[in-house]
Write a protein that binds this ligand. Structure first.
Ligand SMILES: Nc1nc2c(ncn2[C@@H]2O[C@H](COP(=O)(O)OP(=O)(O)OP(=O)(O)O)[C@@H](O)[C@H]2O)c(=O)[nH]1
Ligand SMILES: [Mg+2]
Length: 327
């Protein structure tokens, strides 16, 4: 018999209780719908209860899951933006593979993650299995994954040993395809959310497509997405990632047009990076780390500059008057 909970942020179908009740089905906020068919039995077995001591699963997060993170620190949200197959998920898989091999993002050191299973899932495709030398790419990110992108978390420590919670969006390219032509489109809600909440962005330009027969359309699409991104960008950093840089640049004019198009928009903080899963050029992997490091540096630096304005002491206010006398 299906369960529902009075707490809108609780999902009893996950066999967990946001209030921490053990067993979860004993929570007083639960109600049972006796008439609805029981598609998903919810009685907890003893072994299941043993494994459910934490309020996260390790998989990519959704919006509700961000709440536990916001209690710890201000989250830095990095939006990965680009058309279908532009190489966004592969970039994230490459980032995690490099961290897993002990590399660091500039001087930011890996200090944990709430979504290790999510990272492992996308990265497993780029990893050699025992006894097999087959390496593939992560699967396409499905638009049916919901309106909110899969969110992958990294806890990093900066130079001052200060903990940063960084969340990367792994969203389907279709969202941005809709968003570039119509911001209010039904399927663009997720893209709009990323643009609104992102602290920094990486825009992916697919070098394979820019060298192929669809290069004209690809260039226009990238420029249209860039036009959307620069709206209200302010001091947020925007990085342009030339993904699949291993593909020969047979049409340099395409890339130059994109570069000058974005530069005419004069984003305050803008930089370009060339990346690839291939290892012909050691810079391609290093630039994955550098792109993220540059975003974090820029975001942190911008935050330092925001000194709150101190209101002038009002001499009619007895409290402030006393303080000013003491000083
Ligand atoms: N040659 C080359 N191909 C790559 C590289 N990275 C990704 N690809 C190819 O591009 C395809 C798409 O990569 P994804 O990372 O899934 O792209 P995405 O932007 O996440 O795509 P969506 O999830 O559909 O939005 C892969 O399946 C590979 O075939 C690269 O560095 N070099
Ligand atoms: Mg993807």
């Amino acid at each position: 018999m299906p369960l529902s909970c009075t707490n809108p942020n609780c999902y009893p179908q996950d066999r967990e209780c946001q209030e921490g009740c053990r067993p979860f089905n004993q929570c007083p906020n639960l109600s049972r719908n006796e008439n609805a068919p029981d598609a998903n039995p919810t009685e907890a077995s003893t072994t299941e209860l043993d494994g459910q001591r934490v309020n996260w699963t390790g998989s990519a997060m959704g919006l509700t899951d961000l709440q536990s993170l916001t209690a710890r620190s201000r989250i830095l949200l990095i939006g990965l933006v680009g058309m279908e197959n532009a190489g966004k998920t592969t970039f994230l898989a490459l980032l995690y593979s490099l961290l897993r091999r002990g590399q660091s993002i500039n001087y930011y050191r890996f200090a944990g993650s709430y979504t290790l299973s999510g990272w492992e899932l996308i990265t497993s495709f780029l990893t050699f299995e025992n006894g097999s030398n087959q390496v593939t790419f992560p699967p396409h990110t499905s638009r049916n994954a919901g309106r909110i992108p899969g969110l992958l978390h990294l806890a990093l420590k900066n130079k001052a040993d200060y903990l940063l919670d960084v969340v990367f969006t792994d969203a389907p390219g279709e969202w941005f395809n809709e968003w570039r032509s119509y911001r209010q489109a039904d399927n663009a809600v997720g893209a709009e959310w990323i643009h609104h909440h992102g602290d920094g962005f990486l825009l992916f330009a697919d070098c394979e497509e820019l060298a192929g027969i669809n290069r004209g359309i690809t260039r226009t699409n990238i420029q249209m997405i860039a036009d959307r991104l620069v709206v209200n960008l302010g001091s947020k950093p925007l990085g342009l990632v030339w993904s699949k840089s291993d593909v020969e640049n047979t049409r340099p004019a395409m890339r130059e047009k994109i570069q000058s198009h974005i530069q005419t928009k004069a984003p305050q903080h803008y930089q370009e990076f060339s990346v690839s899963v291939m290892q012909n050029d050691p810079q391609w992997h290093q630039q994955v780390l550098q792109a993220v490091g540059w975003l974090l540096d820029t975001i942190e630096h911008a935050a330092d500059q925001q000194v709150p304005t101190i209101p002038l002491a009002d001499t009619d206010d007895l409290f402030l008057l006393r303080r000013s006398v003491l000083v």
